[in-house]
Design a protein. Structure first.
Length: 279
């Protein structure tokens, strides 16, 4: 509910900025204000996605802690159902309420397998759901539940370890991705404000009184500025998604990188146009 309210707040503020842009429609600030409105409207969605990714990571870490405690309890000879009830009061961060609900359901006599399914549905995490399915099937089939739980915990731990190792190994590529994009922005700005004006200046020689050529150059410069801005925004968006895919193996994780690169592109490009475009 809080997230939905923040969405509406962002949209309302964005609409207010868009309305105010009418006052600057004939100035260099017009596109800057329009872009600012779009970024303000999109920011609650982006921050919600970043928060969701952080919560998902915390869920995995806390489930690993829950699994360790459960294994330790079961290995002492305590049945798995009683073990869950015994460890419910420990702190598991974002999973604390889910663990408490699981223990309460078991206390009320709900079968463990059914309670684990509810737990899996509430947590809504792919890796955790897979582990809970294995635990439920192992408990129903019987056998050495302690060893099975230990194996499940080891699998979750290994998955978490591999993710961290991948993230550490790929971090240099993430930095390189940002540096490459920054160099790309500089090249585009140099082309826009140094190379193209020189070429257009050469093309304008010989125009009748220089008037027609001057008007054409002014119109062309504005179109070029907008085209380069679109190019930077599109490049920033897809570069961010690529960086997220490389770093965390998930395109959705690249939204935060896309937002950062698009914001940087927009700020640098529009400010450059305000400072250098007047001439």
């Amino acid at each position: 509910m809080e997230i939905k309210k923040s969405y509406w707040v962002g949209i309302i503020i964005s609409m207010g900025i868009l309305l105010s842009s009418i006052l600057f429609i004939d100035t260099n600030f017009f596109f800057f204000i329009i872009g600012s409105a779009v970024l303000v409207g999109a920011s609650p969605f982006v921050f919600a996605t970043i928060k969701e990714a952080a919560i998902s990571s915390e869920k995995e870490m806390m489930f690993l802690e829950f699994s360790r405690n459960l294994v330790e309890s079961v290995k002492t000879g305590t049945p798995i159902s009683r073990s869950i009830i015994n460890i419910k009061d420990k702190s598991y961060g974002v999973l604390s309420k889910n663990v408490e609900k699981l223990a309460n359901q078991i206390s009320l006599g709900i079968p463990l397998n059914l309670a684990l399914k509810v737990f899996s549905r509430d947590v809504n995490h792919k890796n955790i759901s897979r582990a809970l399915t294995l635990i439920g099937q192992a408990e129903r089939a019987g056998g050495e539940i302690g060893e099975i739980l230990d194996a499940v915990t080891g699998a979750v731990r290994m998955t978490d370890k591999l993710k961290k190792e991948r993230k550490a190994a790929i971090s240099t590529l993430v930095v390189q991705g940002y540096i490459i994009f920054f160099v790309f922005v500089i090249i585009i700005l140099v082309m826009q404000f140094q190379i193209l004006p020189m070429i257009s200046g050469i093309g304008d020689i010989g125009s009748i009184g220089g008037i027609v050529g001057g008007m054409g150059a002014e119109t062309g410069q504005e179109e070029i500025s907008i085209s380069f801005l679109y190019l930077l925004l599109i490049q920033g968006f897809f570069s961010g998604l690529t960086i997220g895919k490389l770093a965390e193996g998930n395109v959705k994780a690249g939204i935060k990188h896309s937002f950062a690169l698009v914001l940087m592109s927009f700020m640098v490009s529009t400010l450059a146009n305000i400072i250098f475009g007047g001439g």
